[in-house]
Write a protein that binds this ligand. Structure first.
Ligand code: HEM
Length: 406
């Protein structure tokens, strides 16, 4: 009997159904992750689907593009994985391998270096200040509606050159894109997708006609894989950027607010010393891990964490587990500590070939956010329980009652 078979009897009792939206919200979620790391780090959850839970293994699967591919799908409920059909959608970065993927990244990375992002810093700060100053204080508000959802909408709209009047639908559209992964036949979500597509097709066409200084304009006419990027490809790429950057940043902000409210001593320390903010946001990213999982497929038979993996097996990297792995973060991995020295090794933004394109922007945005929040409201309170939308990709609050107190 293999080690997985011996332990899976008891792990099987836990009904680990990763494809069921809401698995990440289970009360025993972090206990399950710990048990997976300790007992079955390459756990076969179903035939040909394995859960990779240890930090070093996640980094290997993310990095070794000779052994692992993204082409067969990367989302837990990626319809394409199970059908093993269709080429990557136009503009998709996520489902490409080198050398094509590297070509895309080489062009896009230039727009997202720390330096490129820094040029945008003052504008991001101004947007964040406007949002914080407009939110009602000393009364209970939904922090997501008033603030956490607004920040990425404003920042991404600015980046892509979306006008003020067009922003109101952005949250609905991008939320629908994430939800659609788990509910591909839902007609309302499909209608939202089509609205977003039509909006971006139109925006890109206008930028091809008369470019401005936004990111879309900069990418018009760019050569990729031997051809000039077409308006359709650029619209699809813009959609990837918007969807990838929206809920993720929102959940990092709201998760950080929840973590700091639950640890008032650390909130006070951060409010008193803004030089701690860079490290604090890394720890928030580690602790919250807004994106729970992405996947790769094995290109050939191989051994992983002592288990035999077959060519074609679908390997789901559990980022939140990697981020709580005691083997990487020591015996205090299960504690929140804004001054943790090792925290910037976290895998909240993935790792390797597909590491988050927007990570520098997200870090800058969220650091600026906590800087400004704590200057104004060092004693903000979470005043009631959060609600969550079940997903197989992200984990973060849908509503969160907060009182902003100076
Ligand atoms: C807190 C915020 C964010 C988190 C936690 C996050 C997380 C991630 C993760 C885990 C991946 C890896 C996917 C994989 O392994 O296949 C990823 C990829 C990606 N992210 Fe982010 N992200 C965030 C913000 C953003 C923003 C603001 C943007 C763009 C403006 C962005 C754009 C992308 C893109 C385009 C990819 C795909 C990269 C590729 O396949 O080469 N992300 N992100």
């Amino acid at each position: 009997m293999s080690s997985t078979a011996e332990t899976s009897a008891s792990l099987a009792d836990l009904e680990i159904n990763i494809k069921k939206p809401g698995f990440f919200l289970r009360d025993d979620y972090f206990d399950i992750l710990r048990r997976l790391r300790d007992e079955a780090p390459c756990y076969e959850a179903e035939d040909g689907v394995r859960l990779i839970s240890r930090y070093e293994d996640i980094r290997w699967v993310g990095t070794d593009t000779e052994a692992f591919t993204s082409m067969a799908g990367t989302l837990v409920n990626d319809a394409n994985v199970y059908a093993k059909a269709s080429p990557p959608p136009r503009g998709s970065l996520l489902r490409r391998d080198p050398p094509e993927h590297s070509e895309y990244r080489n062009i896009l990375n230039k727009r997202f270096t720390p330096r490129a992002v820094h040029q945008f810093h003052d504008r991001v700060r101004a947007l964040i200040c406007d949002i914080l100053d407009a939110a009602p204080r000393d009364t209970e508000i939904d922090f997501i509606d008033h603030i956490a959802a607004e920040v990425p909408v404003a920042v991404l709209s600015e980046l892509l050159g979306v006008g003020e009047g067009d922003r109101k639908d952005f949250r609905r559209w991008t939320d629908a894109m994430i939800e659609r992964v788990d509910h591909p036949d839902d007609q309302v979500l499909e209608a939202d997708r089509q609205e977003l597509t039509a909006f971006l097709d139109d925006l890109v066409a206008r930028r091809f006609d008369s470019p401005t200084d936004d990111l879309i304009s900069m990418l018009t006419g760019v050569e990729i894989c031997g051809h000039a990027m077409s308006p359709g490809e650029l619209a699809d790429l813009s959609r990837v950027l918007i969807v990838a950057g929206m809920e993720t940043s929102r959940h990092l902000i709201s998760g950080g607010v929840q973590a700091l409210a639950a640890h008032p001593d650390q909130r006070a320390r951060l409010a008193a010393d803004s030089s701690l903010c860079v490290g604090a946001v890394e720890e928030i990213a580690r602790w919250v891990t807004p994106v729970q999982a992405f996947a790769r497929s094995a290109k050939h038979d191989l051994e992983l964490a002592g288990e035999q993996v077959a060519a074609g097996d679908f390997l789901i990297m559990l980022y939140a587990s990697g981020n709580r792995d005691e083997r990487a973060f020591g015996p205090t991995a299960g504690e929140f500590d804004i001054a943790r020295a090792s925290t910037n090794r976290n895998v909240a933004f993935g790792y390797g070939q597909h590491v988050c394109l927007g990570q520098n922007l997200a870090r800058m945005e969220v650091q600026t956010f906590f800087d400004e929040l704590l200057v104004r409201y060092p004693r903000f309170e979470v005043s009631g329980p959060a609600t969550y939308v079940p997903s197989t990709m992200v984990r973060g609050a849908e509503t969160l009652p907060v009182v902003l107190e100076p």
